[in-house]
Write a protein that binds this ligand. Structure first.
Ligand code: 5AD
Ligand code: SF4
Length: 333
């Protein structure tokens, strides 16, 4: 589809046929299985000041924390014991602290038998290489918006083309790479969302995350409206249709926006859920946006709820590692 067609499908027409088509594409390319990825939000320190995000450095209202390697490993072990085969280590964009991660990545892989995904923001090529050498399998770095003007307005201390260079570097280093956007940023247009979908198609990443913008009162975007649920699902569905074999999560933000958001996303293209294994103690402080904490709950309860929902939908938990579909079969780590 070209930009005009995408913009039209985003802004008008019945969404049901679009969602059904995305669901059929998901079934054909990814099957019926839903991959579970355990997310551990191990640090909320961030050196950047993105206008939409509660972890921005100027937000003095949150208590900053960094989990110790033993705590991170403990959370990863809990995930492995729950049968989850991927651990996602996420933090704000910290200046230091990578050193501690290298041995930890190796231990999570060897001792727990889990694949490791990292989501640590923009790093140098040498740092990405060192993380890859330490054994990391995947890396998530969303471009957030493909609209350069909007990007500059929302991410004052990031450079637009440097961000895309990072994504390219990750791909060239052999990471299974994930990227994506935010839907409903203040000032974003339907044409710019259509541009995001085209950019996703061009990048052909292994994973795509589409999240609605959720307004955070402790940021400069306080009081602005949140992203629209239906628009987010349209972007998700069109991204599935245009990039059929990517893994796409039903994101926490969609679940925060609507209590049945996970089921809705799974019915129009998503095939991944990311249960939260951050220790309860730290959860309230990883406040990218409000309302997130109340929906994630205790991991064992949330996994039980996920299983119930999948059963109702005629879906199941996918076995194996759920590597990027173009990279691997389900080969061991
Ligand atoms: N609403 C939705 N998503 C957000 N993120 C940051 N702030 C918000 C918000 N207010 C997302 C960004 C980032 C990820 C860690 O969290 O997409 O990549
Ligand atoms: Fe930091 Fe990422 Fe939040 Fe920006 S989006 S403030 S880089 S955690």
């Amino acid at each position: 589809m070209n930009k005009e067609t995408l913009a039209r499908k985003l802004s008008s027409g019945d969404c049901l046929p679009l969602f059904q088509m995305a669901d059929a594409v998901r079934l054909r390319y990814c099957g019926n299985g839903v991959h579970l990825r355990a997310i551990v939000e191990f640090s909320n320190y961030c050196s950047k000041n993105c206008l939409y995000c509660g972890l921005r450095r100027d937000n003095k209202k949150i208590k900053r924390y960094r989990m110790s390697p033993a705590e991170i490993f403990g959370a990863a072990r809990q995930a492995a014991q729950a049968g989850i085969k991927t651990v996602v280590l996420q933090s704000g964009e910290e200046k230091a602290g990578l050193g501690e991660l290298f041995p930890l990545i190796g231990r999570i892989k060897k001792e727990l038998g889990c694949a490791v995904t990292l989501s640590l923001g923009e790093k140098t090529a040498a740092e990405y290489r060192a993380l890859k050498d330490a054994g990391a399998d995947r890396y998530l770095l969303k471009f957030e918006t493909s609209d350069e003007k909007l990007f500059r307005a929302c991410k004052p201390d990031s450079d637009y083309s440097a961000r895309f260079d990072c994504i390219e570097t990750l791909v060239s280093l052999g990471f299974q790479t994930g990227t994506g956007n935010i839907v409903g940023l203040p000032g974003q247009t339907v044409r710019s969302l259509a541009g995001d979908i085209l950019r996703l198609k061009e990048l052909a990443p292994d994973m795509i995350s589409v999240t609605p913008f959720i307004s955070n009162p402790d940021t400069p975007f306080a009081g602005t409206p949140c992203g629209d649920l239906e628009m987010t699902l349209r972007v998700l569905a069109l991204s599935r249709i245009e990039t059929p074999d990517a893994h796409m999560p039903a994101t926490t933000a969609i679940r925060t926006l609507h209590k049945e958001g996970a089921g809705k996303a799974l019915a129009c293209g998503a095939n991944v859920i990311m249960p939260n294994f951050t220790p309860i103690l730290y959860r309230p402080h990883y406040s990218i946006y409000p309302g997130k904490e109340s929906i994630i709950g205790d991991p064992s309860v949330s996994i039980r709820d996920i299983l119930k929902m999948l059963e109702k939908m005629g879906r199941k938990v996918a076995p194996g590692y759920g590597h990027g579909r173009r990279h691997h079969t389900d080969s061991p780590l």
